[in-house]
Design a protein around this ligand. Structure first.
Ligand SMILES: [Cu+2]
Length: 475
């Protein structure tokens, strides 16, 4: 496989026709030109930003555990080639999923262009069913909007369609199928689209590092490889760019870098994305840059389904800062949800008796669920641990939508390599109290309350709080 840089270098000379059948009618308007050779990428690593070799210059984005699609210039038009196809995605080390995506990966590669660019995208369908690509958030001619049945016939298997329009607005956008959407998106088909401003923009600040990723979710049974596409809400894998912690790369920055993170949500529920140690401004949505009057400092921004948020902040606090979805069930990997809360239940004795009948029986959750991370539990092959990730002080007890913002004073400019764990300066870290402990003063047993009852109830009632069993639809 050619490296992307090499491809870009020889992009102008690229004339290779692809082997897939070409729909003559659909490409006839692209006078005599061969299609750009599709570039594939199957490694799950975060690729360095793709510095543009042609066209207007810009500061490229870094796609978390992903890459940017190279293009070629053809008479002033930026030409891209997307191939919709089944892919194998390593979601975390030791856990692979059979998904659908573009050009070898789910999500597909990020497309980066500049405001005012004329863009031509060839889409080859290597799926077994109709396909089309919708360019979420773009101003474009209606017939280029990619809605099967409404603005175009679906792209039949084996055929290639061409989309062409001018990227009119700068901003953070995405692309995804608009054909058998429920299935094709549940299988992982989606990608990011970034349109950089062509000149200094009053609402778009220049930044030093610019990260992007999509929120997606899958329902893959332990030991299985293929997502259950009929799942509506009860997904068991909450992912960033089809990766789950600890498979999500850290966001590495240099201290005092101005940082931008662009996040889009193509799951079936909202995700409050939370950054530790810094405040940020929401500077853009899929509607473009936000007016300054709407911006306020926050540490969590909720991203609803089908929305995108672009956040900007100054990374001026050194350390390893957690960055995650604030829904606690979304920072865990595959698990059964129909498990009663066992906190406070004493299993001793009972467990011994059950173990005689079921050797693999394991007591779960009598001190909470984190014990799960240290347990030697028999798992089927190709199963992600429920919550894992080992930090410098032990298990992080996390999975799913979790990563780390690493801010370092000595990180070289433009270097995205993982600097390792943050060495806390002496006296700046939580420590164990070893002195005497006084009994805390308790409030009166009756409690307070604005209107205390006149008489005590006849007998004490203790509420046993328990989550409802059955469906788990209310994520
Ligand atoms: Cu979430």
């Amino acid at each position: 496989m050619l490296s992307r840089r090499k491809m870009l270098g020889r992009a102008g000379a690229m004339t290779g026709a692809i082997t897939a059948a070409v729909a003559a009618a659909s490409v006839s308007r692209v006078a005599m030109a061969a299609l750009p050779e599709p570039v594939l990428q199957t490694r799950p690593d975060t690729m360095p930003p793709l510095v543009p070799g042609t066209g207007r210059p810009y500061n490229p984005v870094v796609t978390l555990n992903g890459w940017t699609l190279p293009w070629r210039m053809n008479n002033g038009v930026k030409e891209f080639h997307l191939v919709a196809e089944p892919v194998v995605r390593e979601m975390a080390p030791g856990f692979k999923a059979h998904l659908w995506g573009y050009n070898g990966q789910s999500p597909g590669p990020t497309i980066e262009v500049v405001e005012g660019d004329r863009v031509r995208i060839f889409v080859t369908n290597k799926l077994g069913e109709l396909h089309s690509v919708h360019w979420h958030g773009q101003r474009l001619p209606n017939g280029m909007d990619g809605v099967t049945g409404l603005t175009q016939p679906g792209i039949p298997p084996g055929k290639t369609f061409v989309y062409e329009f001018v990227a009119r607005r700068p901003g953070t956008f995405m692309y995804h199928p608009h054909a058998d959407e429920m299935v094709q998106m549940a299988m992982g088909m989606m990608g990011l689209w970034i349109t950089h401003p062509k000149a200094k923009h009053p609402l778009i600040d220049e930044v030093d590092r610019d990260f992007c990723f999509l929120l997606n979710a899958f329902d893959i049974d332990p030991g299985a490889y293929t997502p259950k596409i009929m799942t509506m809400l009860d997904f068991n894998l909450w992912a960033w760019n089809s990766r789950i912690f600890p498979g999500i790369d850290p966001l590495v920055v240099r201290k005092n870098d101005r940082v931008r993170i662009r996040v889009g949500n193509l799951t079936m529920t909202n995700h409050p994305i939370h950054l530790h140690g810094h405040e940020f401004l929401v500077t853009g949505t899929d509607g473009g840059p936000t007016p300054k009057s709407t911006r306020m400092y926050e540490v969590t921004t909720d991203i609803a389904v089908g929305q995108m948020r672009q956040i900007d902040f100054l990374a001026d606090e050194e350390g390893d800062w957690a960055f995650h979805c604030h829904k606690s069930h979304h920072t865990m990997n595959a698990m059964g949800h129909n498990v009663p809360t066992m906190i406070g239940v004493d299993h001793r004795g009972v467990a011994k008796q059950i173990t005689r009948l079921i050797p693999d029986y394991m007591v779960m959750g009598e001190r909470g669920m984190k014990d799960m991370t240290e347990m030697e539990m028999p798992l089927p092959d190709n199963t992600a641990a429920m919550m894992t990730g080992t930090g410098p002080f032990g298990s992080v007890g996390m999975g799913g939508m979790f990563s780390v913002l690493k801010v370092r004073a000595d990180q070289p400019r433009g270097d995205y390599r993982d600097p390792g764990w943050y060495p806390h300066p002496p006296g700046t870290q939580a420590y164990e109290w070893t002195g005497a402990l006084a009994e805390p003063a308790r409030s009166p047993a009756d409690g307070g309350g604005a209107m205390p009852p006149a008489a005590k109830p006849a007998r004490e009632v203790e509420v046993q709080a328990r989550k409802p069993t059955g469906g788990h639809g209310g994520h």
